[in-house]
Design a protein around this ligand. Sequence first.
Ligand SMILES: *Cc1c(COP(=O)(O)O)cnc(C)c1O
Length: 364
Amino acid sequence: MAEPNALVASIPETVPFVGPEQLMREHGLRECLRLGANESPFGASPLAVAAMRDELARIWCYGDPQSHELREALARTHGVAMESLLVGSGIDDLMGLIVRAFTAADDAVVTTLGTYPTLEYHVVGYGSRAIAAPYRPDGRVDLDALLDLARKHEAKLLYLANPDNPSGTFATKDDVCRLIDALPAATLLMLDEAYADFIAPHDVGIDLDDRVIRLRTFSKGYGMAGARIGYAMTTPRHISALQKIRLQYGVNRIAQVGALAALRDTAFLQSVIDETARGRSDYEALASRLGIGTIPSSTNFMLFDCGTEERAHRVLAALLRRGVWIRKPGAPPLNRYIRATVGTKAMRVAFADALEAVFVEVAA
Ligand SMILES: *Cc1c(COP(=O)(O)O)cnc(C)c1O
């Protein structure tokens, strides 16, 4: 009988992300308040939506394998050469290419325990080894501990999500530059900037060199998670390595057109950033009404302190019974928090009502 190879056979059958669609089926819900995946409920730019709708008639064509026009526009936006850019079907896709290109069996990859899980998913899938440093007691990423592990295990990759998910915290440009300067010679920094659109550009513009690959996406601030499009920025030399193994037709044509239009609509992106900041203030106000703590967030989501992990699980379950879908971090010290995405004003009001009711219920 045909069998998968030993590596694949050894991977446990876990589901890394249980989607809201599955939870709704299981709980017999017809709708839910969807605040669990940090998608942008403000949607995509109307210009991007119009461009994608117009492009649909040409759906019989493959996309441009070079994503030439989009890379041209991205090069202008970031002030980098086109040869420094590679477009993929989201950061999740690009991360897989990087793990595949830069690690071999049993190589060490350093990450934070409980951070965004797709990195580890690829590490397991390609047979390298994830080594994780816990978050600091204040919930921030421990850059010194990551560096120590990278040195100790001669890591090939060091993963840093900045801003981080699920903590929502942000390490300054100076801190990241110091980290890069202290990296062991053989360690490459995989800098996941999925939420960088919520940070002022001059605070994230790390210069490109062979020690770092920056990853960006249209899924969060640009509100195009379903389109599956993102990009990597690094030196032409590293881009060439990734070129050798990427799927030439892996990027959706509609997504390419949408991303290009979205990039031009800077006013729309600014409106999302502004409303997200107002949403974070609303969530801070909600937490203080409930008398609970939060962790200051630089993103489009926020953590609410439920006191204990057990209580956080009960709050999550009680919210789901009310049709509110959010998630929670899995590792200490963040596992006693729940994580909610910033919704539209109406969604925020509905979430606040539900959370206040649930806190009464769970306290009782
Ligand atoms: C949402 C998220 C991603 C996913 O990006 P895609 O481009 O949609 O694949 C990557 N990294 C982090 C930290 C995220 O929160």
